[in-house]
Design a protein around this ligand. Structure first.
Ligand code: TXA
Ligand code: MG
Length: 313
């Protein structure tokens, strides 16, 4: 694809105005959210959205998450429900994405939904994401700002590693505090977890006063469903208690590594460090051994990403 100069913007008035103008012109702008950096485009503009798929080299059957600044803006796009209202009142803005039926007159490009009758919406909490969404004044489609199938970006440097020359700009506001993507919950039928993420499913179950079903089977194409998503270049071996000859080690808790996600065994700290640690170990060019991580709370999202990183490809 044709190379363009990628601008490095900062979250001051000029940077935000430039980023908003680029989005309005149909260009691609990477921006920080509390989970990971997103690669944003005007969700109403089919050509702009097509640019996302082209820049990422993403399989076109993957629908995208639409980002809006608040519940009112979400309600213009989807058929709202009592369950959506309850969850939004507790968890928005934040790391929860809701899949809901499209509202009449939603105005979104069908490329965003990959032709489905539903759309994924999210209200991010990050102040720079909020400021950009308000300045741009449009629904912004944004997958994670990485080349398809590679590790998600939690810094502007990660974004530029993969996408420099392919996107108009990156809005740099330092590392993302949560570090794993949002939790995706479908409310198109009974509440169903489509992807574990930055909001633990236990918190959703507590807010709903009942269990959430877990997506099984292969009906929906999701980063969740593509086995080798989030893959570093190196091979990954899980549940390792020590590095074998020639491996580099990603530690957790009592298992110390070349890099350690959290020496104290804190899953929040581990999630925030996950993708940056994988990027760093990947650059060492050796197979990666990973310590066992408990599967509760944010551990479910961490293990989901690690299982994909380790999947055969
Ligand atoms: O944290 C995040 O969610 C980040 C930041 C940038 O917001 N975004 C992100 O987007 O992870 P992406 O494109 O990597 O994940 C989009 C996924 C799809 O692959 C699919 O799993 C789900 O969202 N999705 C989107 N629309 C859907 C729909 N209508 N039905 C079911 N799943 C949907
Ligand atoms: Mg992604």
């Amino acid at each position: 694809m044709k190379q363009i100069k990628t601008r490095h913007l900062h979250p001051n008035d000029t940077g935000l105005a430039t980023a908003a103008a680029l989005l309005n012109a149909g260009a691609l702008v990477a921006f920080p959210t509390e989970t990971v950096y997103g690669l944003g485009a005007d969700a109403r503009n089919g050509q702009a959205v097509a640019g996302i798929y082209a820049a990422k080299g993403r399989p076109s059957f993957n629908p995208l998450i639409v980002h809006v600044p608040d519940v009112d803006a979400a309600q213009a796009l989807v058929q709202w429900s009592d369950t959506a209202d309850r969850l939004a009142s507790v968890f928005w803005p934040g790391a929860l994405t809701l899949v809901l039926p499209l509202a009449p007159g939603h105005g979104l490009s069908s490329l965003v939904t990959a032709g489905l009758e539903t759309v994924a919406v999210r209200v991010p909490h990050h102040p720079t994401a909020q400021a950009l969404l308000r300045a741009a004044n449009m629904p912004v489609a944004a997958p994670s700002a990485n080349v398809s199938g590679r590790i998600s970006p939690t810094t502007a440097a990660h974004v530029l590693d993969g996408l420099s020359g392919r996107i108009a700009a990156v809005l740099d506001d330092g590392p993302c505090p949560v570090g794993v993507e949002s939790t995706i919950l479908s409310l198109a039928g009974t509440p169903t977890l489509l992807r574990p993420g930055g909001l633990p499913v236990e918190a959703i179950e507590a807010a709903l006063n009942g269990p959430v079903s877990h997506h099984a089977g292969d009906a929906i194409t999701a980063p969740g469903q593509l086995a080798s998503h989030y893959a570093p270049g190196a091979t990954v071996r899980l549940n390792a208690t020590e590095a074998a000859e020639g491996e580099v080690m990603l530690g957790f808790g009592p298992v110390t590594g070349d890099l350690t996600l959290s020496a104290s065994g804190d899953l929040v700290e581990a999630a925030a460090a996950l993708f940056d640690s994988l990027h760093q170990l990947d650059r060492m060019g050796k197979p990666i051994a990973v310590a066992p991580i408990p599967n509760t709370g944010l551990g479910a999202a961490i293990n989901d990403r690690l299982n994909r990183a380790a999947a055969p490809r």
